[in-house]
Design a protein around this ligand. Structure first.
Ligand code: TXA
Ligand code: MG
Length: 329
């Protein structure tokens, strides 16, 4: 595996690697993706093996522009056109009815397909150089924290990936919003930077969430309870509860992930890492900071509960999943 700084030359090399059935990790505005030619069955199978991902867990196909959508989907509704015109390129994946000639490996056997035009110059240059669709899940092992820097991909996947394009740290830091437009009603399958209220405003329609209308049997990250998780047990707590926990458990090695507070007591047994108290800055650094805390051999990570407003929803969703195992115990 080689890490290259993304330049026009190395992007061309990466496109050639994809054409030969290779796996290329590349930056997007959300997180790093593990890319393969979305029409090459053998290359697609390698993605599932590299990630230890179950084969019925479908992949998002990345495209250079919305014009290419009808090579992958059929019966594209007006709602998809509206969203594409308003948002694309964007951290927004749209689920549509898949064309019959499309490989079912990429869709995990489903008759729908997730498509997205990423808003990152390296991803777009790679897509243009390659010409076709690039299937790309986040470039981490299944259920682990998504990588937001090239070095994280190397740590997660090592020799399982042929080439890593380094485009610096991802600007958004959490995965794309996923909206399903393949059924009767638009459904939000994963929270991301594009908010439900923004989608509703552009569509002039209610966007339902699966708890409200759970017709589908689809497997998607938004519907799994444990995901995006550090190895260290992690727990969501209000700031007062954090202080009490630290006072009551002096024998434990505790990590604190604070939301804007710099007044938690740090000591030999207590490591405090602080994220900004605004959702943009918080999301940008969240996964890298969780990774760092995860290397410290702590007994527990206490995550200070962020605000509960809509612009924090994607973050709260990821934190709920990162802390799910510990809550259940
Ligand atoms: O931000 C992102 O979307 C990143 C970057 C690399 O683009 N990609 C990403 O891919 O997060 P992945 O595979 O880690 O998550 C995609 C989610 C999966 O949970 C998958 O189940 C869901 O999208 N998905 C894909 N196709 C679907 C479909 N046809 N129906 C329902 N869910 C689908
Ligand atoms: Mg993922």
């Amino acid at each position: 595996m080689t890490i290259f700084n993304a330049t026009s030359h190395t992007i061309e090399q990466a496109a050639q690697c994809l054409k030969k059935g290779g796996l290329v990790a590349f930056p997007t505005e959300t997180v790093y993706g593990l890319g393969a030619d979305a029409q090459n069955s053998e290359a697609l199978k390698r993605i599932f093996i590299a990630k230890n991902r179950p084969q019925d867990h479908p992949l998002i196909v990345h495209l250079a522009s919305f014009d290419q959508f009808d090579a992958w989907a059929h019966d594209i509704p007006d709602s998809a056109v509206k969203l594409a015109q308003h948002f694309f390129p964007a951290p927004l994946a749209i689920i549509l009815k898949k064309r019959h000639d499309i490989n079912t490996i990429v869709t995990g056997g489903q008759d729908t397909i997730a498509l997205r035009v990423p808003n990152h110059p390296v991803a777009l240059d790679l897509l243009r150089a390659f010409g076709g669709g690039i299937a790309a899940p986040s470039a981490n092992r299944f259920c682990r924290i998504s990588p937001t820097q090239a070095i994280h991909v190397q740590q997660e996947l090592g020799e399982r990936v042929d080439l890593i394009l380094d485009g610096g740290a991802c600007e958004i830091g959490v995965e794309s919003t996923i909206i399903d437009l393949s059924g009767e009603h638009p459904m939000l399958l994963r929270y991301g930077q594009v908010m439900r209220s923004e989608l509703e405003e552009v569509l002039n329609l209610n966007v339902l969430i699966p708890d409200v209308l759970r017709k589908s049997t689809v497997r998607t990250a938004g519907m799994m309870n444990t995901h995006y998780a550090p190895v260290t047990p992690a727990m969501l707590c209000e700031s007062m509860a954090i202080l009490h926990f630290v006072q009551a458990n002096t024998q434990m090695n505790v990590g604190i992930l604070s939301c804007g507070h710099d007044d938690f007591p740090s000591s030999a047994h207590c490591t405090v890492m602080s994220l900004p108290a605004n959702p943009v800055g918080y999301a940008q650094s969240l996964y890298a900071t969780l990774r760092e805390l995860d290397t410290l051999k702590l007994d527990v990570i206490l995550v200070e509960t962020p605000p509960q407003t809509e612009n924090w929803q994607a973050i709260n969703d990821r934190l709920a999943k990162a802390t799910h195992n510990f809550r259940e115990r």
